[in-house]
Design a protein around this ligand. Structure first.
Ligand SMILES: CC(C)(COP(=O)(O)OP(=O)(O)OC[C@H]1O[C@@H](n2cnc3c(N)ncnc32)[C@H](O)[C@@H]1OP(=O)(O)O)[C@@H](O)C(=O)NCCC(=O)NCCS
Length: 162
């Protein structure tokens, strides 16, 4: 399997929106307008995984001085501080047919190295309970239940401090 990781581009929007819809329930999925804004605001931390030209996965998030993710961070692009302390992760998605092949691990590892190279203090994300151990395998610590109620779900704050 030949996987290529590259920055997302505006013309990827239809594939990106379809990937998100395949991975998340409607209440939690970001829409095309949100992704358009993210690509415009932080292209340097929005990556897709391609196999033979098909987008099969993605990882993205703004850079912030906040130590945890709040719902406002998703909505307010002015909170992206290119020189901020933490790389956040808004989304990590892999198409169902391509899951369990290590693609999310490749994307996460790629962004962790980018964050290190950029001099960040670490990475932050929120996840559901079932994925806590997946993120702990990269060195993330579980900080407990998040203030985020995104999509009406219960989320956990995860921090990977360098
Ligand atoms: C979570 C997700 C990104 C993982 O993608 P992936 O490419 O399958 O992950 P990897 O192959 O790198 O996973 C490596 C290991 O992590 C663990 N893991 C991966 N997905 C998991 C899941 N959904 N639940 C529990 N453990 C999981 C497993 O131990 C897995 O090993 P295995 O494939 O031998 O079972 C993918 O399942 C997905 O897109 N899910 C829907 C969207 C989502 O929930 N994203 C996370 C938002 S916080």
């Amino acid at each position: 399997m030949n996987i290529r990781i590259r920055q997302a581009r505006p013309e990827d929007l239809p594939s990106i929106a379809a990937l998100e819809a395949a991975c998340f329930p409607a209440a939690e999925a970001a829409d095309s307008a949100a992704f358009e804004q993210r690509i415009k605001t932080f292209p340097e931390s929005f990556f897709v995984a391609e196999v033979e030209g098909q987008i099969v996965g993605m990882i993205n998030g703004c850079v912030t001085d906040d130590e945890t993710i709040s719902d406002i961070l998703f909505e307010d692009s002015s909170r992206h501080h290119p020189d901020g302390r933490y790389q956040s992760i808004f989304g990590l998605d892999v198409l169902p047919d391509w899951q369990h092949k290590g693609i999310a691990t490749i994307l996460m590892t790629y962004l962790i190295h980018k964050a290190m190279d950029s001099g960040r203090e670490g990475l932050i994300l929120t996840c559901k309970e079932r994925l806590i151990s997946f993120y702990e395998s990269f060195g993330y610590q579980n900080l407990g239940v998040s203030a985020s109620t995104h999509g009406g779900a219960v989320w956990y704050d995860m921090l990977l401090a360098f």
